[in-house]
Write a protein that binds this ligand. Structure first.
Ligand SMILES: [Zn+2]
Length: 151
């Protein structure tokens, strides 16, 4: 919050409709909501939640979960918050202005790169996710023939 006390900007730099504040930025800002909704659409998430604060609150009890889908949602959320924050600072320093669709695409690309860089354990939902996101199938995964035998 101290950051804002020294800020000379009065309006939110993302939506330019209301005063700038952290609660606004991550809860009410139309731009942030649109970024998150687009990220959810790109990632095929089922979530109907578009209130980021509520999502963050909902995520906390899930952090212990071993379920890959929840881990990915958590990664997506962290990346979204990071990119929204970066976009806000970029605008503050007169950097470029990205439309919400471009920012959401950057979040999605970052997420994909992240998943390509970690060892992924095979599971049926993971297989689906790799197909949907066009992530190369890890070479140590069972071949489709073996999957039928194991299942
Ligand atoms: Zn705003």
């Amino acid at each position: 919050m101290l950051i804002w006390q020294n800020s000379t900007t009065l309006q939110c730099l993302l939506c330019k409709t209301v005063p700038d504040s952290i609660p606004h930025l991550f809860c009410d800002c139309q731009y942030s909501r649109e970024v998150w909704t687009t990220v959810c659409a790109l990632c095929n998430f089922q979530t109907a939640d578009i209130n980021l604060q509520q999502i963050i609150a909902n995520q906390i009890p899930r952090l212990q979960s071993k379920h890959i889908q929840l881990d990915i949602e958590r990664l997506a959320l962290a990346a979204t918050v990071y990119f929204i924050w970066r976009e806000r600072n970029s605008r503050h320093h007169n950097g470029g202005t990205l439309p919400h669709t471009k920012l959401a695409m950057e979040v999605f690309k970052t997420l994909k790169a992240r998943l390509c860089g970690i060892p992924l354990k095979w599971s049926s939902p993971m297989e689906d996710l790799c197909k949907r996101w066009k992530i190369p199938r890890p070479s140590n995964w069972p071949t489709p023939d073996n999957i039928h035998h194991d299942a």
